[in-house]
Structure formats: C-alpha cells, structure tokens
Write a protein that binds this ligand. Structure first.
Ligand SMILES: [Zn+2]
Ligand SMILES: [Zn+2]
Length: 371
C-alpha cells in the first residue's frame, strides 16, 4: 500500500537525562513493516532509565493505536484496525522462538526498520532534524506514529479502550506472565509479592487468575496495599518500620503453614531486595525477580539450598500470539482489571510530571494520551 511520509510530535531523549518534544518524520512502511498511529502509551521505569541510553532516541515501549499503513507482504492487518505493540519482537523461527522462548529471540535485533543510510534494501525510517533517529526497543511509542516490523504488532479487540490496552504490552504482560507462564502458579498455591506497583499488582492478578489460595501483598504504601486487595490479595503486609525484614519473614511464614510461600516475587526495582524472595519461599519453591532491578546485590549461597529456584524472567515469558488474546479474553470476562491500574493520564508535553508521579509512588500506572 502506498502512502506518504508523515510528520508528528514525539518525545526524544538526548542520552544525557533530558528530553524534548519535537516533530519527527516517519516514512511509509517498507516490506514487512506497519506504520501505527499511536493513541496511548504507558509510562514505565524503563522509560525513565532510557533518558540516559545512547541518544537521540524516540522514547516509549508500551503503546496502542491504529494501523495507519502497511507495507508489502504484510498480511492480517487492515488500515484503521486497533493494535497493540510488543517490545520483545520474536522472529518466530530461531532456536529460542522454536522452543517457545519468544522473549529470548536470537534474531530480534534484525527485526528493526532499516534506517536511511543503512545498506539494507529499504532505506526508510524515522527522522528528527533531518537525520535518522533510533527508537526505544525498535518501537518509540511516545510519538504520533511508530514505524515497526509486523512481528511487533498484535491485533486488539475493537471494544477495548486504547488508553487501557496500551499497558498490556509491558506491565500487565510481565506481571501476569511471570505468575502464569514462568512460575506456573497452580490452584491452591501460596504466593508472596514484594512491591505493589505496575508489575507487582499484575503478578497478584495473575496469581488470582491461576487460582492461588493465599496471595500476600507486601509494600510500604497503604494505598497500594488497598488496591492489591481489590485485585486479589488475600493478605497484606507493610514493610514500614521493618527495615531488616524480621517481621516480614515471620509473618509470611505464619501465613504459609510455617513453611514459606510456594512462589515469591520481587517487583520493587531495588537491587538490595532482589534476593529477598529466596527467604520468603519454602524448600523447593520458586523465587523470582521480575522488576528488572539493575546493580550489584549479594546473597549467602545457602539461601539457594534445599532445591530453591531463582529466576529473573524476561517479559513474563510472552509469546504474543498466545498471550495477548488470552489477556483480552480475561479482561472481557472481568478477570483481568485494567481501569483501576491506569491512575494518571498526561499529554506528551507532561512526561516530566508523569515521571515525578511514578518515582514518588503516586501513580500506579501513568498513560500518555498521544492522539
Ligand atoms: Zn526468534
Ligand atoms: Zn515497561
């Protein structure tokens, strides 16, 4: 389908901790590509970190919008169709994709849109101030348009509001998928979740959907614990005034028959808490770090004894073609809550305020309204 280059606003990180809102040019899609008119984009801690990635960079990796144009050979999409973007783009046929480990795709870096000046066949792409510009995770959703590979796009059901749908592509998928796909929470299991932000609350939803019998939500902010109960937590524990976690460990043990939880998740983003799940689980239990916390952390190796498993899963084990339709169904059935997670809405120009609200723990999930 032929179409012209379009222009529109985008948030561009400078690589030194700052950003500007400015106009970008986005070329028509080449073979295998889709140009998406973004309607809404979720704001995540990773976006804040991306301010210091090598720039300039069109920011944003959670997004939903409408197909605006499709390139040669793209099938299964029509112009105007609502779609969701996923940031771990699987090729579908490498060693890892063939074994169902899509987030570990070995060819994902090839699944980018070639840029003007690249030696590859189709010299298109996204430009800022006349020069090709990179996009976060090959997407760049804090923009009016994103030119992406078709493998990054999943159709959305027509009745799901895009300002809710956009958070499915990162926070919801990571949380729910870590509980269901990775930890394999089973009916009756006991689950502890450390940190009730955008990811932790979705671990709680995933554990509830899987039929967990005991779901212990742990946080220092009372309002987050209230929301955790609405989303499925059966017990809440505050970490306030318990810096060495002595009370926390005793209470989790007491709530789990003196044994420890079957699964414990760290979703705080704080490296010093990354190994705490090992102390919250029973022998043979699953400890998971799902926050993507960076930085050094140490643990006594004895914490890993007694057949405990420690995992740091990527993207909740997301297989887009399997998992996103399942999330849509759960939302349609009232099992997966989205509306109460999106606590704040902003224009692109107010990204600074979105970051402050996120870092201060005021917002559960902020969403940029682009269109
Ligand atoms: Zn692959
Ligand atoms: Zn994210």
């Amino acid at each position: 389908m032929s179409s012209a280059t379009v222009t529109g606003p985008a948030v561009i990180a400078d690589g030194e901790g700052r950003f500007v809102v400015d106009t970008i040019e986005v070329d028509p899609p080449g073979p295998g590509e889709v140009r998406v008119a973004i309607a809404a984009a979720g704001v995540c801690h990773t976006d804040h970190a991306s301010l210091c990635w090598p720039g300039p960079l069109v920011m944003g990796h959670e997004g939903a919008g409408h197909v605006e144009a499709t390139g040669e050979g793209v099938e299964g999409f029509v112009v105007g169709q609502p779609v969701l973007l996923n940031w771990a783009i699987p090729c579908g046929n490498c060693f890892q994709c063939a074994r169902g480990a899509d987030p570990l795709c070995e060819r994902t870096h090839e699944l980018d849109v070639p840029r003007l000046g690249d030696s590859r066949a189709h010299p298109g792409g996204t430009r800022w101030r006349g020069r090709p510009v990179d996009r976060a995770f090959h997407l760049g959703t804090f923009a009016s348009h994103a030119l992406v590979r078709a493998e990054a796009v999943t159709p959305l059901p027509p009745n799901l509001p895009l300002e809710l749908a956009c958070i499915l592509g990162c926070a919801v998928m990571t949380g729910v998928g870590s509980a269901i796909n990775v930890a394999n929470v089973l009916p009756g299991d006991a689950v502890a979740v450390l940190g009730c932000g955008g990811v932790g609350l979705n671990v709680i939803q995933g554990a509830r959907i899987a039929g967990a019998g005991t779901i212990i939500a742990i946080d220092r902010v009372p309002a987050r614990l209230d929301l955790a109960v609405r989303l499925g937590a059966t017990h809440v524990l505050s970490t306030d005034g318990d810096a060495d976690h002595v009370r926390l460990l005793a209470e989790v043990r007491e709530l789990t028959g003196g044994r420890g939880a079957d699964h414990a998740f760290e979703a705080t983003g704080r490296p010093e808490l990354a190994f705490l799940p090992l102390q919250l689980v029973r022998n043979g239990g699953n400890a998971l770090q799902v926050s993507g916390a960076h930085g050094p952390a140490t643990l006594p190796l004895t914490d890993l004894f007694w057949n405990k498993r420690y995992m740091a899963p990527l993207y909740g084990g997301c297989v887009p073609s399997r998992d996103f339709p399942r999330l849509y169904d759960w939302h349609a059935q009232g099992l997966l809550e989205l509306a109460s997670l999106v606590s704040h809405r902003y224009r692109l120009e107010s990204l600074d305020r979105a970051f402050v609200d996120m870092l201060d723990g005021r917002s559960t999930k902020g969403v940029l309204l682009v269109a």
